[in-house]
Design a binder for this molecule. Structure first.
Ligand SMILES: [Zn+2]
Length: 317
């Protein structure tokens, strides 16, 4: 049996787990990230944490086929180099994969976290058995991962998959990326919450106020209200799905994927978003690719980071 370690690099913690070739997590743990540490110290720490997880799973480093690191930000997967990690700037320009590989004597692969999740969903999650997969994560931002013929598509300079920055409205909301009307501004966290607030400010009745998170309206609060039958919350999520469906229809026409896998916290709303998205996709896309494509909710959920990162090593084994 082969074993793979997945390191999900985050600004507040490192989530590290070890999986077998069936995708079963044998052991996982989370380690605090100290962003004040120097780059070399962070690399040492990551290696040490990976070693700890391996030992706690009852294995040795020689039992590992590979280690995968999923990271946010800009990076070079061929060189294993992080370029810009906004939450952990001391790692900028650090060759994290070759360095950890040198310390532990195990092959290490680096890629962005959404690409990692897309692979994880294809090997072990909702897209199992498919080879042309588009993965979307809905959270604060909207990320995308593209897999064609079973392999990640990274583009000429490794930035492919920025689905959150597809323009869906030429005169729409300003986006920090410099463009206007980007998808992310409408189906990301802030877009959803802003839409809900604007309806509420017009005096529309809703029970969203009964489900607040620490006094705040969040996508989760809106989902809870929608699940309890709140019409306004259902409408806000349906609009979100509709906008998502507009983008997915274009992607379907261009790329003819077998499946969209939708993950991230906001996707926990499930069919409240996905069903309107499917309807809009079918309405707008060409018939043949629209009939071929499935829109599925991601399966790996909270383990997407670990299993996805480990899948970067699985894909090279
Ligand atoms: Zn943008």
């Amino acid at each position: 049996m082969k074993h793979f370690v997945g390191i999900d690099l985050g600004g507040t913690e490192l989530k590290i787990g070890i999986i077998d070739e069936r995708g079963t997590i044998l052991y996982k743990d989370a380690f605090k990230t100290d962003v004040s540490q120097s780059g070399p110290r962070m690399v040492e720490y990551m290696a040490q944490c990976a070693r700890t997880v391996t030992e706690r799973a009852g294995l040795a480093l020689k039992d590992l086929t590979g280690i995968g690191i999923g990271s946010p930000g800009l990076l070079d997967p061929e060189k294993g180099q992080l370029k810009i990690v906004v939450n952990i700037p001391t790692l900028n320009d650090v060759y994290v994969a070759p360095e950890i590989s040198r310390i532990l004597g195990v092959p290490v692969y680096l890629d962005n976290d959404v690409n990692a999740m897309a692979l994880g969903e294809m090997y072990y999650g909702a897209a199992k058995g498919y080879r042309d997969v588009i993965c979307l994560t809905l959270g604060t931002g909207v990320g995308g991962g593209l897999i064609f013929e079973g392999a990640l598509y990274r583009g000429a300079s490794f930035t492919a998959g920025e689905i959150g920055h597809l323009s869906i409205d030429p005169d729409g909301l300003y986006c920090p990326c410099g463009n206007y009307g980007c998808l992310e501004r409408y189906v990301g966290r802030d877009g959803i919450v802003t839409r809900a607030k604007s309806y509420l400010s017009k005096g529309m009745k809703s029970t969203i106020g009964d489900h607040l998170d620490n006094g705040e309206i969040t996508p989760r609060a809106i989902s809870k209200a929608a699940e309890a039958g709140d019409a306004l919350a259902i409408e806000v999520l349906a609009e979100t799905g509709k906008i998502l469906g507009i983008a997915m229809a274009s992607l379907t026409n261009v790329l003819n994927p077998q499946v969209f896998v939708i993950g991230g916290g906001i996707a926990n709303a499930g069919d409240l978003i996905l069903e309107p998205a499917r309807r809009e996709l079918k309405k707008r896309a060409y018939t043949i690719p629209a009939q071929a494509v499935q829109v599925l909710q991601a399966k790996l959920r909270n383990d997407a980071g670990i299993v996805g990162s480990a899948s970067l090593a699985v894909s090279r084994s």
